[in-house]
Each structure stands twice: as structure tokens, then as C-alpha cells.
Design a protein around this ligand. Structure first.
Ligand code: BDR
Ligand code: CA
Length: 314
């Protein structure tokens, strides 16, 4: 099995990514670490507990709270896209306690304990990962594989023309992480997610027909982004975060990838958080593998299979 930590700003597709970490046979999810991102921090924590609950895993996977704001800049929310990030779902949160240890210390400890075997899937802004490697530079070598959801591969962003949300929110953190020497795989927003990890009405109808607690949860948590995405011309809900977990667990889903030098813009306001992905002709040393194409039907099947699993909560 594959020991991993998911570093998340839990809302919508982060919930589905956590489900993939909890319910895929190959995965040994050691922890969930929380970082400031999509929606209010405490709301994200509740969204992660809702996800553990629907998967019947409450109390089985520890959650650690990390940075409540980006390294340098004020926090930027995506509540206009995500609403509360869980489609208004609620439950009784009594007894749902995160661990007292800080997420950055937990990441460092878990990497140490796993003795070179721990992978990290970072599906929010990179603040926690940057703090961890700042505190302990060897963390970059101790992590077996760091999968990062962020950026666009010489294509448009989703928060500005230049930038994707995760890198826009904390560009300084992203720059630190790409410079730190990790073994990195990037799952970009565009063109990959926009072309191959979008679920439109057909798939959503099919999911509605599955009618398990997990499928109902999917429909509910994806409802507000579906509305937003359709209003801006994206043909369905986008799932880069669960794809990031999936490519770690099932690398055969990747049908094309390439090595790039990835660097992040921190100086300009216009292009803040832009990911410059330079290929061979630019003469820079590659620091990341960027996923360019996936087996989209197999990814869809991966998710639908997972949503069909029986669990017992509401
Ligand atoms: C990223 O931001 C959020 O909308 C998603 O969860 C994903 O991690 C995409 O830009
Ligand atoms: Ca996310």
C-alpha cells in the first residue's frame, strides 16, 4: 500500500479527493492536514469531518490544523465558487476533534516515521508544505513523492488570466516548494483539468442513479461549483484534486507527461501566481513532471466505482 498525507483546503473536490484517499484499496492515508484556501478555515475543518463521516472513517484518520493564512499575503477566499464547500450539508460535530499537533510538525514527523516511503498530495495553497521545508530542508528528500494540484500549463488560469487559485493564493509558498528539491508531479488546472477532469450532466445523472450515501454526498458537495462552472461556460464540475490523489495511487492513469522547470511569479500583481512551465528549449533544469493527458474514461470509472461502495452513514 501507499502511505500518504493529503494537505487540503477542504471544499467540494477536496472532499472527493479525501474520499479517494480513504476508500481506494492501495491507499494508506496517514493524515489529513488543513491549510487556508477555498473557504473559511473552520468551515474547511467541518467539511473534512463531514467527509470522514460519510466514508465511515470518523476517528480513524487524524486531522492536523496548519497555516490559517498564506505566508506573506492576506487570505483570498473562493466562496463565490464553492459556497460553504459542502452544499449546505451539516451534522453533529460533537466529538470531532482535530489533533493538537500543528500540521507542519505532523508532516515532518510522519515523513520521518515513514522512512522515505511517505507521499504527500497537496491540493490547496502550498503554505504548509513551504513551512515544513523551511523548518526542515531534508523534508524535501524524505517525502517520496509530492503531487501538487496547481497552475496551468501555458494556458489560462481560473482566478486571473494568468493564475490558478492554489498558486495565486500563496505564490511565495509555491515558489519555495518548487525550489526545494522535492520529487514533484503537477496536476494542472488547464488544459488538463478543463479537458479531462470535468463531469457534466451525463455523468452527474449516472452518479445520481448510483444512490449510495457516497454518491448522494458527491452530488450535494459539487452542487454550488456546478452552478458556478456552468455560469462561466465550463461544462460540469471540475475534479483536479481527486485526480491528484488518483495519479499517485494509479499512475497508469497518466497517458502523457513531461518534465518542466516550474517557477512561480511573485513580483507582478497582474501575473501573481503564474506558473512558468519551461521546457527543454529554454535551457533550465527540470524540477517537476507535469501531467499532460490522462485516461479520462478510466479516471471516471475510478470515481464512479468509489461512489458505488456501500457505507452506512446518513
Ligand atoms: C483548486 O482550487 C480549488 O478550486 C480546487 O479545490 C482546486 O484545488 C483549483 O484551482
Ligand atoms: Ca483544493
Amino acid at each position: 500500500s501507499i502511505p500518504l498525507v493529503i494537505d487540503t483546503d477542504t471544499a467540494q473536490d477536496d472532499c472527493i479527493a479525501i474520499l479517494a484517499g480513504l476508500l481506494t484499496a492501495e491507499a494508506d492515508l496517514r493524515a489529513i492536514t488543513m491549510v487556508a484556501g477555498n473557504v473559511g478555515f473552520d468551515r474547511q475543518v467541518r467539511n473534512a469531518f463531514l467527509t470522514l463521516n460519510v466514508a465511515d472513517k470518523l476517528g480513524q484518520v487524524p486531522m492536523y490544523l496548519g497555516s490559517r493564512r498564506p505566508l506573506v499575503r492576506p487570505w483570498v477566499s473562493a466562496e463565490n465558487v464553492h459556497g460553504d464547500g459542502a452544499g449546505g450539508l451539516d451534522m453533529d460535530f460533537d466529538g470531532c476533534e482535530p489533533q493538537p499537533e500543528h500540521a507542519v510538525d505532523a508532516l515532518l514527523r510522519l515523513a520521518e516515521e515513514a522512512d522515505g516511503e511517505l507521499s504527500v498530495v497537496a491540493i490547496g495553497p502550498l503554505t504548509n508544505i513551504a513551512l515544513a521545508v523551511a523548518k526542515k530542508p531534508e523534508f524535501a528528500q524524505q517525502v517520496k513523492h509530492l503531487v501538487i494540484m496547481g497552475g496551468s500549463n501555458n494556458d489560462r488560469g481560473n482566478i486571473t488570466a494568468a493564475a490558478e487559485f492554489n498558486f495565486y493564493v500563496d505564490p511565495e509558498a509555491a515558489k519555495i516548494v518548487f525550489d526545494a528539491g522535492f520529487r514533484i508531479t503537477v496536476v494542472p488546472w488547464a488544459p488538463l483539468t478543463l479537458r479531462q477532469a470535468v463531469f457534466g450532466r451525463d455523468t452527474l445523472d449516472e452518479i445520481a442513479g448510483i444512490d449510495t450515501p457516497l454518491a448522494r454526498f458527491f452530488t450535494r458537495v459539487c452542487s454550488s461549483t456546478l452552478e458556478f462552472d456552468e455560469s462561466v461556460g465550463i461544462p460540469g464540475t471540475t475534479h483536479p484534486d481527486s485526480l491528484s490523489v488518483a495519479v499517485l495511487l494509479r499512475p497508469e492513469l497518466i497517458t502523457r507527461s513531461a518534465r518542466y522547470n516550474v517557477d512561480i511569479e511573485t513580483g507582478s500583481e497582474l501575473t501573481r501566481g503564474y506558473a512558468a512551465m519551461s521546457w527543454g528549449v529554454h535551457g533550465l533544469t527540470p524540477n517537476a513532471t507535469v501531467v499532460e493527458e490522462i485516461d479520462a474514461p478510466a479516471f471516471r470509472q475510478f470515481l464512479l466505482g468509489m461512489l458505488s461502495l456501500p457505507t452506512t452513514p446518513p
